[in-house]
Design a protein around this ligand. Sequence first.
Ligand code: ASP
Length: 439
Amino acid sequence: MIKVVKFGGSSLASAEQFKKVGKIIRADASRRYVVPSAPGKRFLADTKVTDMLYSCYKAAILEKDFTGQLKEIQARYEEIIAGLSLDFSLEEEFAAIRENFGRKIGRDYAASRGEYLNGKVMAAYLNMEFVDAAEVVRFDDEGVFDAETTNKLLEERLSKLDKAVIPGFYGAKADGSVVTFSRGGSDITGSLVALAVQANLYENWTDVSGFLIADPRIVKNPKAIETITYKELRELSYMGASVLHEDAIFPVRKAGIPINIRNTNVPEDKGTLIVEGTCRQPKYTITGIAGTDGFASITIEKAMMNSEIGFCRKVLQVFEENEISIEHMPSGIDTMTIFVHKDALEEKEQQVVADIRRAVRPDHIELESDLALIAIVGRGMRSTRGTAGRIFSALAHAHINVKMIDQGSSELNIIVGVRHDDFKNAIRALYEIFVDTLA
Ligand code: ASP
């Protein structure tokens, strides 16, 4: 049994957090490959080491004195090292970093030091081998991630090591220059390592006990999702539920390796298991509810629209030419509505309306902003009657007017559009009808 374990920034923000992580790893001998993030926030108003590095490097670029900022970063690590009573020093590493910053070696290199140094501390603490991600995670000359070469390099290297620490978030081009993934990218490294060692499980340890059925800022103490499929996760992430970097899914999904999201602060919780498919019926009809605010809609009306060939194409072309991405497109017989992100439309609104008028000569165009979309997602919906009915009666009881309905053809989700002011109440009403009433 091989498990790859990735620990997020808040799991490694202090010596105290490191000790929890050490305990988790030592509790299970199959937890053999460890991928750490950089130290995150110790408290709400704290700054992540990655952000400290970005701002320190900015000072270096502007040729300002950055030594004070670098010292603060060094102090974060020294606090951890001292708290773990390690006989270990990063003095040489910091001397090299100072010199490289002075040479303006690159922003990605700067950011990557957070994971690099944390990996060094972690390897010393766990007495494991340190593998520099720059040697095994490869980007091409244009800076595009090279999956094939990475898999080969990782496989080769890790097959010789029983246990290892591989820092997350970065890799390098063939010439050695460091490139990072986008923010939160240590999740991707964990996934790549899991693929390379053919792990049985990829454990992603963070500060929540997995995905919650609804946003805890809206619903009080929502329950955690026990098992979720990749497809359901995609639907929920699209609507803003974020725990895991999107690009972390592809490598393990392809290889059929499940991901388990776990909580470093409550290791006894089982967390959420993300799988390709499962026979396990969810406890509730729905797996999760997620929503985002900030949509605008453009409704186009024209008599006999349904018989006008090319109508949709012409309308869609207007959005394409104005470089606006379309999020949803519910339609009636003589109407079609386009949902877009409000920010994307704002500047170009009048242009878009004029272009639509010219393209299809509609009878009427109506614009509406301040809309929110809510996705009710669940593989259980396919085999349950009355889901839509329950959604709409719950919303009606809460005096919420539904502005749009869109049921995905996979029967995996139903999306409803509501006014911004009704957004939170709608989510609460949906949670209540599907979860609370069964609890
Ligand atoms: N440390 C990086 C960030 O803050 C990467 C990560 O934590 O996954 O985005």
